[in-house]
Design a protein around this ligand. Structure first.
Ligand SMILES: Cc1cc2nc3c(=O)[nH]c(=O)nc-3n(C[C@H](O)[C@H](O)[C@H](O)COP(=O)(O)O)c2cc1C
Length: 227
């Protein structure tokens, strides 16, 4: 395919449209953040890049804490709103109706309606010309109970996650293309997994695939791919 060359730009996609909560009981806020990602596995580290002019910037700088709340299609409109209005003018929790929940490790509120919340403590601030990058350790994670399947795996594919792609929001539809490492999986394993999947679909259709209660978070370690 012929390419069109453009000048360097922040063209990265898809990205999360994360709702970041910050502050404490006296001063709380929500800011929509797309400039985020993971920077380390052990300890789990993330970053958010925030313009100095944002109301949230000063709060995070002062408190050294924030929560990344992953968003869903249902949250798209409110997430966009939090990304165009400032906490200087609005109590964004009150205006959006999001419920502030209690964190375990940090003082800022989490968003109860988000399926996943990452409690973060800032470890380093890197200043760039337009944004400051808050590099932070993820000190606690909360996941909605109904996202755990029978085997204790976290099924974010059924959460209706929201993605941000070059100025537009998209829902991530349930169209799994493969698991972590599927490109190097032995044909025998691929066949077995395909068979298991077919059987599960059949069971679900017959109504036998009802979810059992989620495992005790404190005991069960969810399986995940290593990156
Ligand atoms: C989808 C989306 C992504 C955004 N990503 C960022 C970001 O990564 N960093 C940033 O500083 N602002 C980002 N913004 C802009 C802020 O969310 C916006 O300026 C917000 O009103 C700031 O709120 P505050 O003044 O209450 O902190 C984004 C906005 C939208 C809609």
């Amino acid at each position: 395919m012929e390419k069109v060359s453009l000048k360097g730009s922040a063209m990265m996609a898809p990205l999360p449209a994360a709702l970041v909560s910050c502050g404490n009981e006296d001063e709380r806020n929500l800011i929509t953040i797309a400039w985020t990602g993971i920077v380390n596995s052990q300890p789990p580290m993330t970053y958010i890049s925030v313009r100095k002019s944002r109301y949230s910037h000063d709060i995070i700088e002062k408190t050294g804490e924030f929560v990344i709340n992953l968003t869903t299609e249902d949250m798209a409109e409110a997430t966009d709103w939090c990304g165009v209005k400032s906490g200087r003018d609005f109590d964004k929790f009150r205006e959006t109706g999001f419920t502030p929940g209690k964190c375990e490790e940090v003082k800022c509120p989490l968003v109860e309606e988000a399926p996943v919340n990452l409690e973060c403590r800032v470890r380093e601030v890197r200043e760039y010309p337009s944004h400051d990058m808050f590099v932070a350790e993820i000190v606690k994670v909360h996941v909605n109970k109904d996202l755990f399947d029978d085997e204790g795996r976290i099924r974010l594919d059924s959460a209706g996650m929201l993605a941000y792609c070059h100025g537009e929001y998209f829902g991530i539809k349930k169209n799994p293309l493969g698991k972590f490492g599927f490109s190097v999986m032995k044909p025998k394993t691929k066949k077995r997994l395909a068979k298991e999947k077919r059987e599960k679909i059949r069971r679900d259709r017959r109504g036998e695939g009802k979810k059992s209660p989620a495992p005790d978070k404190s005991k069960k370690k969810p399986k995940k791919g290593k990156h």
